[in-house]
Write a protein that binds this ligand. Structure first.
Ligand code: NDP
Length: 245
């Protein structure tokens, strides 16, 4: 964890906090003195994590495709924690498979969660982030910098996040620092939701031997946030040392 002690009382909102990178980020930021608001659909998971973290952590069941739920979440963060200083747009789904009309529900879900979900969450929390100097962390992917067969729509969502992040960075500086994090393969449940069986089996093989842990991504997020306000780390691409593309 970072050595920064200036975070006491700062508030971090993390979407997709029920597992993987989001849960690890919540733990890391709480260890750094943040009060955290945990958003995800699986209420049992975020309730348990909030209880484990303690220190004013709150769990807010919310689907990032539901703007009303996000507005209600923002109101709770304002009332119970005094407003968000940090938003980590982490919620995501990776429903890979060959491009065909059989997958159209998956395409819509990826766009609605990975891209529109991040955009809507930011739009709803932006006044809180601007109020006193905030940080926006967008969890993109190596797939935001490359593309390969069978990941086209997932890559489109992450390329979309990258372009949108750079535009926001310019609009919001210096009050809100914007950081894009682009991980390679990280050992999480992400591939388990792939609906195309052959693709899921093939992708899962890579994840079964994944070396990078979600806690290592969380450490990077904590490091970025711990930099003094005059320094903005805008983009970090990080992969397992043996990952080619
Ligand atoms: P997980 O599957 O462990 O986590 C995904 C999280 O997103 C869960 O907490 C899930 O919570 C949440 N989520 C999914 N849909 C919604 C929704 N509609 N509303 C709210 N929350 C939602 O995978 P990771 O931790 O790996 O994924 C986190 C992010 O990291 C994603 O954006 C992913 O694209 C990105 N990433 C991951 C990589 C990897 O190799 N693992 C590599 C590069 C990027 P719930 O189901 O409870 O709602």
């Amino acid at each position: 964890m970072s050595e920064n002690t200036g975070n006491q009382g700062r508030v971090a909102v993390i979407t997709g906090a029920s597992s993987g990178i989001g849960a690890a980020t919540a733990r890391a930021l709480a260890a750094d003195g943040y009060r955290v608001a945990l958003l995800a659909r699986r209420a049992d998971r975020i309730d348990a994590l909030a209880a484990e973290i303690g220190g004013g952590a709150i769990a807010i069941p919310a689907d990032v495709t539901d703007r009303d739920a996000l507005v209600a979440a923002a109101a709770r963060v304002r009332e119970e924690l005094g407003g968000a200083d940090v938003l980590v747009n982490n919620a995501g789904v990776m429903l890979l498979g060959p491009f065909s009309s059989d997958r159209r529900d998956d395409y819509r879900a990826m766009v609605e969660v990975n891209l529109l979900g991040a955009i809507t969450t930011t739009e709803v929390f932006l006044d809180q982030l601007k109020d006193g100097g905030g940080d926006l962390i967008n969890i993109s992917s190596v797939a935001g910098r490359t593309a390969r067969a069978s990941n086209g729509v997932y890559a489109a969502t992450k390329w979309g996040v990258n372009g949108w992040s750079e535009s926001l960075r310019q609009e919001l500086l210096p009050d809100v620092r914007v950081t894009l994090i682009e991980p390679g393969v990280v050992d999480t449940d992400l591939p388990s939701h792939i609906t195309d069986e052959a693709t899921r089996a093939a992708v899962q093989k890579g994840y079964d031997v994944a070396t990078v842990q979600p806690e290592e991504i969380a450490e990077v997020v904590a490091f970025v946030l711990a930099r003094p306000r005059h320094l903005a780390i805008n983009e970090i691409l990080l992969r397992p040392a043996d990952q080619l593309g």
